[in-house]
Write a protein that binds this ligand. Structure first.
Ligand SMILES: [Zn+2]
Length: 185
């Protein structure tokens, strides 16, 4: 199954709808041993099911030269269906301010969502999601407010590199875990 525009639009629409006091049980920023994560895709997926996620995006780092992406995508498609949708994604580097990214067409074809670092006003213009990330943003609720004002779609991501990180953005938004603290360890 290749990327379909309607599936992507539906995901973006769901993200758009999530209510301020009820963050949707999504985590859209997860890494595995395919890149710099510590756990396999199956382990991360099982953890997602355990903490009650409904959608998880495997957002591996990739570049134009990443020849392993097809195998990775195959592995994600072969995960057991345990009540959480496992999506194939990529975290890409922006090459310029015009929106060009260091990613091949073959990789983009496999992906349901592409994550790049974008300016949130630009996100509002182009209809891509702006990520609220538990790792880098000391005050995620402030960022959500700013995104809403700019009309940007919000994506929730933990930048998870190990089991304990899966779904962390939701625990932060619910006040169950502190956000990343720039002055902390
Ligand atoms: Zn990442």
């Amino acid at each position: 199954m290749k990327r379909s525009r309607s599936a992507r639009d539906e995901i973006l629409a769901q993200l758009q709808q999530f209510a301020a006091d009820q963050p949707a049980p999504f985590d859209f920023h997860v890494h595995t041993v395919w890149t710099d994560g510590q756990n396999s895709s199956l382990e991360m997926y099982q953890e997602a099911v355990r903490v009650g996620l409904e959608v998880m995006l495997f957002s591996e780092h990739a570049r134009k030269s990443s020849d392993w992406f097809g195998q990775f995508a195959e592995e994600i498609r072969a995960l057991p269906k345990l009540g959480c949708a496992a999506l194939i994604g990529v975290e890409v580097k922006a090459l310029d301010f015009e929106g060009n990214i260091d990613c091949s067409e073959e990789i983009l074809e496999e992906c349901q969502l592409v994550m790049g670092s974008v300016h949130r006003e630009k996100a509002a213009r182009t209809g891509v999601a702006f990520e609220v990330n538990a790792h880098y943003h000391p005050d995620p609720w402030f960022l959500i407010g700013a995104c809403r004002k700019a009309g940007a779609t919000i994506s929730l991501g933990s930048n998870a590199h190990a089991l304990g990180d899966v779904g962390r953005i939701l625990r932060v938004l619910r006040g169950q875990e502190p956000p990343w603290n720039p002055s902390g360890p």
